[in-house]
Design a protein around this ligand. Structure first.
Ligand code: SAM
Ligand code: SF4
Length: 437
C-alpha cells in the first residue's frame, strides 16, 4: 500500500511541476513514506532523516532549498514529535491527508513545520485525479489499486486501526475508472489492495454495496486486463462468493495471501483474531476444492506475549498441514498503544529469534519444494521486462515467482503459456509454449 501511496504522491508532485529526480542529492522535494507496523521499520525513519538533514545542509550551502516531507503511518503516529526530534523536517502528513500535499507545501512558504494528521471527512481518492498516462506508463504492466483502507478488527498486536483509521471501501465506479485508465496505458495485471481487502463493501452505484468478488469480476472485465490479484485478506472475511470467484474466474490468479499469524488457538484468541487453526484449515480446504491449482502464502508472528513452546509447535503443525508456496514470519514487535504491548508474558528476544529461525527454515523448505514441483508444469506468465541476458525476458507466474525465458522483447506486456524447465533458488526458467494474449 505504501508503494501505491508513494506513486499517488509522485503524481500529485508532478501536477505541481516536479519531475522525478535521479537521487536525493538532486531533489528539491523529498518525501519519506514511512511504515509503523514494526519497531524496526519505524526507527529506520529517524536514522534516514539524520542523513537527509546533512544532505539538506550541503544543498543549502550550495544555495539550493530542499523541502523534506515525512508521510505515512509514522507521520500519523508521531505527528509533531517528528518535528521535535528532527527540526529539518518541513511537513508531516498522515496517510489519510496526503491529497492535501500541494496546500501543505504552500504553507511551508509562510510557516515552518506543518503537520496534517487529520482523518478528513472528504474522500481522499476522489481528490486524486486519474494519473497522467506518462506517470501510469512508468508503472509497467502490473499495478496496485487501493480499493479498501483502514481496519475495524483491532487485533491486539496491530497499529493499523490507529494509523489508517476505520474501514473504508472506495466506490466500485471510481475503482473501475482507475483500472480502465491503467489498462489504457498498458497495464495488464492489477492487484486490488487493502489492509483487509476481503472486507470490501463498496457502493455499487445502485444504492447497494458490492463485495470483493463482484469488484474482481468488474476489474477483470476491463478491456486489456489479463490478470487480477488481491491482498491482504483476513480469514474471517473469506466469503462463499469470493471462494466461488476462484472457481469461476480464470483471470483471478490462483494464489491467496491469507495470514494465519499463529497455529495456537490460545494465542489466536489472545490476538483477538476470532478464528482458530481448524477454522483456518477449513477455509484452505474449501478454497482448494474450488480451485485445485491454488497456492497459499501467509504471515506469522512468533514470540507473541504468552506464547509457549507448545503454542509454537502448533504453529509449525499448521504450516506443515497447509504447505505454503511462500510466507513471511516476524518477531512480535510491541507497538505503543496496542493491547499486546502491555500484556504480561512478554517473550525474551533470544527465544523469539530462535523460534523465528526454526519457522523461517520450514517456510523456506516449503518454498523450495513448491518451486521444484513447478518443473514440468505449464502456466501463464505475464512478461514484465527484459532479462539480464540478451534475448531473455522475465515475468511473473500466477504464484508471483520470477520466470525467465528466451524470447523477443515484444513479449513484454503479453501473457504467455510457459513450460517450466528448471527451478533455481529464487526464480524459475521456462520455455514459451504459446502466446495467450
Ligand atoms: N490485515 C492483515 C491480516 O489481518 O492478517 C495483515 C496486515 S499487517 C499490515 C501485515 C502483517 O504484519 C501482519 O499479518 C502481521 O503478521 C505483521 N504484524 C503486524 N503487527 C505486528 C507486530 N506488532 N509485530 C510483528 N508483526 C506484526
Ligand atoms: Fe491489523 Fe490485519 Fe488485524 Fe486489521 S485485521 S488489526 S490490519 S492484523
Amino acid at each position: 500500500m505504501n508503494v501505491y501511496d508513494s506513486q499517488r504522491m509522485a503524481d500529485i508532485a508532478a501536477q505541481e511541476g516536479y519531475e522525478e529526480a535521479a537521487g536525493p542529492e538532486n531533489a528539491d522535494l523529498i518525501v519519506l513514506n514511512t511504515c509503523h507496523i514494526r519497531e524496526k521499520a519505524s526507527e529506520k525513519v529517524f536514522s534516514e532523516l539524520g542523513k537527509l538533514r546533512a544532505l539538506k545542509n550541503v544543498r543549502q550551502r550550495a544555495g539550493k532549498t530542499t523541502t523534506l516531507v515525512v508521510a505515512g503511518c509514522v507521520a500519523q503516529a508521531e505527528g509533531a514529535e517528528i518535528l521535535r526530534r528532527q527540526p529539518a523536517v518541513d511537513v508531516v502528513v498522515g496517510p489519510q491527508s496526503y491529497h492535501r500535499l500541494p496546500e501543505l507545501l504552500r504553507w511551508t512558504q509562510v510557516s515552518s513545520g506543518v503537520v496534517d494528521t487529520d482523518f478528513p471527512p472528504e474522500d481522499k481518492f476522489s481528490r486524486l485525479s486519474a494519473s497522467a498516462p506518462a506517470a501510469i506508463a512508468r508503472r509497467g504492466v502490473s499495478a496496485f489499486v487501493t480499493v479498501q483502507e483502514g481496519c475495524d478488527k483491532f487485533c491486539s498486536f496491530c497499529v493499523v486501526p490507529y494509523t489508517r483509521g476505520a474501514e473504508y471501501s472506495r466506490p466500485v465506479g471510481e475503482i473501475i475508472e482507475e483500472v480502465r485508465c491503467l489498462a489504457a496505458a498498458g497495464v495488464r495485471e492489477v492487484t486490488l489492495i487493502g489492509q483487509n481487502v476481503n472486507a470490501y463493501r463498496g457502493a455499487d452505484g445502485t444504492g447497494g454495496a458490492a463485495s470483493l468478488a463482484v469488484l474482481i469480476e468488474a476489474a477483470a472485465a476491463a478491456p486489456g486486463i489479463a490478470r487480477v490479484r488481491y491482498a491482504t485478506s483476513h480469514p474471517n472475511d473469506m466469503s462463499e462468493d469470493l471462494i466461488a470467484a476462484h472457481r469461476d474466474l480464470r483471470s483471478l490468479a490462483p494464489y491467496l495471501h491469507l495470514p494465519a499469524q499463529s497455529g495456537s488457538g490460545r494465542v489466536l484468541e489472545s490476538m483477538n483474531r476470532r478464528h482458530n487453526a481448524a477454522d483456518y484449515l477449513n477455509i484452505i480446504q474449501k478454497t482448494r476444492a474450488a480451485r485445485s491449482d491454488i497456492a497459499f502464502s501467509s504471515d506469522f508472528i512468533v514470540g507473541y506475549p504468552g506464547e509457549t513452546d507448545e503454542d509454537f509447535q502448533e504453529t509449525l503443525n499448521l504450516v506443515r498441514a497447509v504447505g505454503y508456496a511462500s510466507s513471511y514470519a516476524f518477531k512480535f514487535s510491541p507497538r505503543p498503544g496496542t493491547p499486546a504491548a502491555e500484556m504480561k508474558g512478554q517473550v525474551e528476544d533470544g527465544v523469539k529469534a530462535a523460534r523465528l529461525a526454526v519457522l523461517q527454515a520450514l517456510l523456506e523448505e516449503q518454498r523450495q519444494a513448491f518451486n521444484r514441483a513447478c518443473v514440468g508444469r505449464r502456466f501463464e506468465v505475464l512478461f514484465e521486462k527484459r532479462g539480464r541476458h540478451e534475448g531473455q525476458v522475465v515475468g511473473r507466474s500466477p504464484y508471483m515467482q520470477a520466470v525467465f525465458a528466451e524470447g523477443p522483447s515484444s513479449l513484454i506486456g503479453a501473457m504467455a503459456k510457459v513450460e517450466i524447465v528448471e527451478a533455481s533458488h529464487n526464480s524459475l526458467r521456462g520455455k514459451v509454449v504459446s502466446q495467450a494474449s
